[in-house]
Design a protein around this ligand. Sequence first.
Ligand code: GLN
Length: 479
Amino acid sequence: MTARDIAAAVRSGDRSAVAVLEEHLDRIAARDEELHAFNLVTADAARAEAEAVDAAVAAGADPGPLAGVPIALKDNMCTRGIPTTCSSKILEGWCPPYDATVVRRLRAAGAIAVGKTNLDEFAMGSSTENSANGPTRNPHDTSRVPGGSSGGTAASVAAGFTPLGIGSDTGGSIRQPAAFCGVVGMKPTYGAVSRYGLIAFASSLDQIGPFAQDVADAAALFDVIAGHDPLDSTSIVDFEPVASDALGRGVDGLRIGVVRELSGGEGTVEGLSPDVLARTQEAVVALEAAGATIEDISVPSATLGLSAYYLVAPAEASSNLARYDGVRYGLRVDAPTTGEMNTASRTAGFGPEVKRRIMLGTYALSAGYYDAFYGKALKVRTMMLRDFAAAYEKVDVLITPTAPTTAFPLGERTADPMTMYVNDVCTIPSNLTGHPGISVPFGVGDDGLPVGVQVLAPALDDVLTFQVAAVLEAAGGPR
Ligand code: GLN
């Protein structure tokens, strides 16, 4: 059942939110020991919320567009009084004193939060293997990773634990796991969704976005969470996009560009696998058949995104993570002096990838290296903005694969960070530019696992990404 169907049934009184919830809790109970999508299932709190929704319906009130729809929250979204860990030991025992704006909006829309999902520690990773709680497994093949860092949310939606999920995307963490798990995942324009209550990784890149089993459900969720929030200073004023209305518009007359450097054309980055490129080509053919005009587009600096990201993101992370000092949040390891206590707490609390990023970022920002590394990365970022702006003079949207490969085996890429970082080569550019992007399943790879195709659009054209994704979904090939 789609989230739309559930909400319609609950709103009309045909089904109770409590019954819907119990059905989904049963699925979680049956399989989450194997998959480990959740860090925490908040069954009792969810039951109370579902009862409130049913009571509203009984009283003749409308509980909202997502009435009774179970939803999974990535465990870096603050939930009042409920542990929020970022899958890190350093936040052990910490409960936020407030709810993130997305959490409040979801509740106001009638959605039922069922728990907090596993992620790479502080959202740093592409496989959910960097979690202090152990990895999540891909529901389609449990020997494979679900992608990351929102791997728990992606697995929850793919396994049918929850029709909807919330993730965050700093360099691809919604879109890449969506591709690996065969679901829809969307990163909105920077500032389209409030980040109040999202635990910061790299603040100039982080965005919250929706996961769903199909494009229309993802659009319904996006419509609920998008919109201005005075509590987030980066939130865009007067931007209230509605994606659900655009899904039937088709692509007739749209100009669609295929990014040469990310899609197998001349000068393509290394490591894109042939089956993924073949599905991307087929997606382009499907869009052409639906009436779009196709153009081969060069975005030369797109290939520099990865290098710029691995300076900008760690630099911002080194600053954001300085607040975990053993004093204010979670874990404290006692020691004779405050300085030693800080060091002992951070040494025990952070995992190896987080430490690597803090060191990389601190180095890139240090006197003598700032201009050579961080400053240079900012220049590349500006160059990318210009290149994409030039591309969007010629076309309305751009197409690339979402990830270079299908889901890879657990353990395969943990030894060498570089092979892990390459996962985000196609998704990172739109984080650096702040543009929206969506991953939609399009057929399967040679191994039978899902392939995702990515639709990119200029800033504020979020609705257009859903519109094009709906056409790809309809053309889709086997899932
Ligand atoms: N995989 C990328 C990283 O490790 C992106 C993570 C994200 O989007 N949160 O930084």
